[in-house]
Ligand binder design. Structure first.
Ligand SMILES: [Ca+2]
Ligand SMILES: [Ca+2]
Length: 276
């Protein structure tokens, strides 16, 4: 749990300055600006979760062409390598594909399931089926297919800091992250490509939709965040620098502490037109 604890502490330290201004807010509208929206078509058939995003069914998927820099990112953290995210759904699962351009993938291959895989290159999906930030899941996938899955719970009413993070006092006392939790039925795979690497996930509906009183996905809106952690080399140094790519920008290192900024994922009933 060390890495998560450290991330949590960092988040608390960063958020502390905003504590005095924290107020009960609309969790779905915390912070500044609007939230991204993606209309996700129903999958004609499930993609094969093997890390290869060439499945024909992905051609009809909802597509995010490029993620965004973290909130308040400096100039060096705005130079992002290309990332394309695709999404589809059916009653059983939300399917997500990442296609990451990367000329030097950072993945030692030494990390195991539920290790601190975010310390190397990863893609991340956060899902909140109910939409109030009080229960959400996080899945990370590394270029060798290693995963980290977690569930977060908030045991108090949501309260936001002005930047959209969970207010520090609530986060400290009532935000729980369970790394030992396992998402039963999760499928994830990744592979190296000519341009970098790609990953595919099939995320089962059960833990996402439970608070809606169902165990399946159905047309309607859920909340989501898509992230990429790209650890880039620093010239003349052995260490690397983390560039955080976001669908809905949040403060560096804080996606798990900012459910209010999750975008709107609208599951629509239309099937995509079949393309040759
Ligand atoms: Ca595939
Ligand atoms: Ca886990």
């Amino acid at each position: 749990m060390k890495g998560i604890v450290m991330r949590g502490l960092l988040g608390l330290l960063l958020a502390a300055s905003g504590a005095a201004m924290a107020a009960a807010g609309q969790p779905e509208r915390g912070g500044e600006g609007g939230l991204p929206r993606l209309d996700v078509p129903r999958a004609a058939q499930a993609p094969t979760i093997d890390g290869d995003v060439a499945d024909a069914v992905w051609a009809g998927a909802a597509r995010i062409d490029g993620l965004l820099p973290a909130a308040k990112a400096g100039p060096a953290d705005r130079e992002l390598r290309s990332t394309v995210v695709r999404a589809l759904w059916d009653t059983n699962a939300l399917y997500v594909a990442f296609d990451c351009e990367d000329d030097e993938v950072f993945s030692t291959g030494t990390l195991k399931h539920d290790d601190n895989v975010y310390l190397e290159d990863v893609v991340e999906v956060f899902l909140d089926g109910f939409g109030d930030g009080r229960q959400f899941v996080e899945i990370q996938v590394a270029p060798d297919g290693t995963t980290l899955d977690m569930m977060y719970l908030l045991t108090a009413e949501m309260k936001l800091a002005p930047d959209g993070r969970i207010a520090p006092d609530v986060s400290r006392r009532d935000r729980w992250g369970f790394r030992e939790w396992e998402m039963e039925g999760l499928q994830a795979a990744a592979k190296r490509t000519a341009r970098g690497w790609s990953a595919e996930l099939a995320i089962p509906a059960g833990p996402v939709m439970k608070r809606r009183g169902t165990s399946v996905f159905e047309p309607g809106e859920i909340r989501a965040q898509f992230m990429r952690y790209d650890h880039v080399p620093v010239e003349g140094k052995a260490s690397r620098r983390l560039i955080q790519q976001n669908w809905s920008p949040v403060i560096h290192g804080n996606p798990h502490n900012t459910p209010s900024r999750m975008g709107r994922l609208v599951l629509i009933d239309d099937q995509p037109t079949t393309r040759p």
